[in-house]
Design a protein around this ligand. Sequence first.
Ligand code: ZN
Length: 300
Amino acid sequence: MRLGVLANRLVLVDGDTAVDLEQASNGRFPADPARLFDTWDTLAEWAATARPDGQRLPLDQLQNPIPAPRQVFGIGANYRDHLAEASGRAVADIGEFLPKDPLIFTKFRSSLAGPTDAIPLPSRNVDWEVELVVVMGRHAERVSEKDAWRHVAGLTVGQDISERVLQMAGPAPQFSMGKSFPAFGPMGPVLVTPDAFEDPDDLEIGCTLNGRVMQKGRTSDLIFSVAELISYISTVCPLLPGDVIFTGTPAGVGAFRKPPVFLKPGDTLVSWVKGIGELHNPVTAGHDYTDDDNQTGDKS
Ligand code: ZN
């Protein structure tokens, strides 16, 4: 099943069109994206066999499929090649930097955005991080790795946009703040249930900046897999239906390039996970953005 949101209503996506979920189900399932998980189990069952009918809607205005999760988790340093670029080591030499447990932060909910929304830059130190995003479908508390996928509603694509100076500022890094400016969490274009993938633990992921490939990897290279992340987080925080987990980014971010590359007004960032779809986010100048060369801030 592929679910999206058009004009603030839930839709079932089929090929390059969609049908309205409430209309196609004769009112059995809600139109309101905030109520998607009220009837998740019966919806998944119904969608597996139903032949939904109705007016075919074009997909050009898809919105964030999960606009209001109660909790948003982000994972740092979760691909070996990204940990290598961040630590300045070869992938074979990162043993001492490998985290023992997942590194967790939050992206505050106000940072979430849709698959084609503009990203306004607060500074010249803003970087990209394409990520697989897991959406929870069932309450998960102290679940085992073996049981973890059973609690997942589906997968979507996300960008963990990051202001690198604020992220690393202060005596303890401010990951959650540096990654939470408005529109720093574009998501979409659709939510895809795990059964739609041959192997939901091995998906191609990548992003381009102005047509140039910046990141390309596979989710099978995650240091902590989807199941391990869910199991670990749920030992501390019960995961609630609709919660989202940004699972980490592969190598190729801007900050560790020589010289570093950061987002500029006029850029176009395209992010994909094969089998889910693409985000197309234009980059604009935010209120405090300046082209002034004297703007303070270390570029990495
Ligand atoms: Zn990230």
